[in-house]
Design a protein around this ligand. Structure first.
Ligand code: G3I
Length: 299
């Protein structure tokens, strides 16, 4: 293939980008997006603060705009994210206990139902594990409603949109470490008890190197019977060999269904001056782009 999306499709995978509707009027941005990518995810528009600014008052307009663009251009959609400790609306931040639990599950149900049939995979829960060596859950208002909040969210999402793949998504889980093993143990437990989970997302916000056991980590999750996806890839100074190694690892794991980069051009990135993406601010292909494309094409 001659584009990221086409080359990934030849390997039975997608290649996606995180987008923001506020860039949809930028011609350079849109031409790169429409040429290169065959999957989209909303960088912010489907989060809780954006979709339910008032309790029970939903606003799916911006998310719908992204879904429409994806549909019109034959792109698949990842949904990000139904529950997260960050970017909660102010009203939810003030709740706790059963009241917060009910509000959270209602949010999952209403949001997944609204987008029913249009989402390939949902990040049902994002970043619920603690950093460091504990392998345990992150402390958050959601966690304080009870350890079963994650499975309750997955069950609600399955009921609301039975066709969507349901993912758990996190960062610093890209190699084999205490945090990723905590997630691994949760997924194994969910599979053994019939809690509906279909996939795990590895954000892969990477520095100047890739963990040596990156592929082995993807594989151990795949061996539990879930798909794996690279969901928010960006790399310090877009190191071409790191980008190539991530791509190679995904291609080597048959259940790795696709890669998403967290933005289009360097100037669209949350990482500011890290120049972490595949296109420069003018929309030109960078060296890392060629490294990814060549790897997808088997070079
Ligand atoms: O929408 C408001 C706008 O009204 C206001 O004028 C402006 C002033 O600062 O802020 C705007 O909100 C910002 C929002 O992005 C939309 O642009 C927030 O301040 C800003 O904090 C927010 O940042 C996002 C961040 O998540 C929030 O935690 C980034 O764009 C987004 O790239 C980032 O994405 C996360 C993933 O969801 C989860 N994994 C990590 C990843 C990187 O942090």
């Amino acid at each position: 293939g001659t584009t990221l999306g086409a080359s990934a499709a030849e390997k039975g995978r997608y290649f996606g980008a995180a987008v923001g509707t506020y860039k949809f009027g930028d011609g350079t941005y849109m031409s790169v997006l429409n040429r290169e990518f065959n999957s989209l995810v909303a960088e912010n528009e489907m989060k809780w603060d954006a979709t339910e600014p008032q309790r029970g008052g939903f606003n799916f307009g911006a998310g719908d705009r992204i879904v429409s663009h994806a549909r019109a251009n034959g792109m698949s959609m990842r949904g990000h994210t139904l529950l997260w400790h960050a970017q909660q609306p102010g009203w939810a931040q003030g709740l706790s206990g059963g009241d917060l639990r009910n509000a959270a599950i209602n949010h999952v149900t209403q949001t997944a139902a609204h987008f029913r049939g249009q989402i390939y995979a949902w990040d049902v829960v994002n970043e619920a594990f603690a950093d460091g060596g504990s392998g345990g859950r992150r402390d958050s208002n959601l966690q304080r409603t009870g350890n079963d909040w994650i499975e309750a969210a997955f069950r609600a999402a399955r009921n609301a949109d039975p066709g969507a793949k349901l993912c758990y998504n996190d960062y610093n889980t890209d190699g084999i470490n205490a945090k990723s093993t905590g997630v691994y143990n949760m997924v194994r437990d969910f599979k053994s008890r019939g809690v509906p989970i279909d996939c795990v997302g590895f954000q892969s916000h990477l520095g100047t190197s890739i963990p040596g056991d990156y592929q082995a980590n993807l594989q151990r999750f795949a061996d539990l019977g879930v798909d794996v996806q690279i969901t928010e890839l960006d790399v310090t100074q877009a190191n071409p060999s790191v980008y190539a190694a991530v791509t190679r690892a995904c291609l080597a794991v048959s259940r790795c269904t696709g890669i998403t980069v967290w933005g289009v051009r360097d100037c669209d990135s949350w990482r500011g001056s890290d120049n972490a993406l595949l296109f420069d601010c003018a929309g030109n292909k960078k060296q890392a782009y060629n490294a990814v494309l060549d790897t997808l094409n088997g070079g």
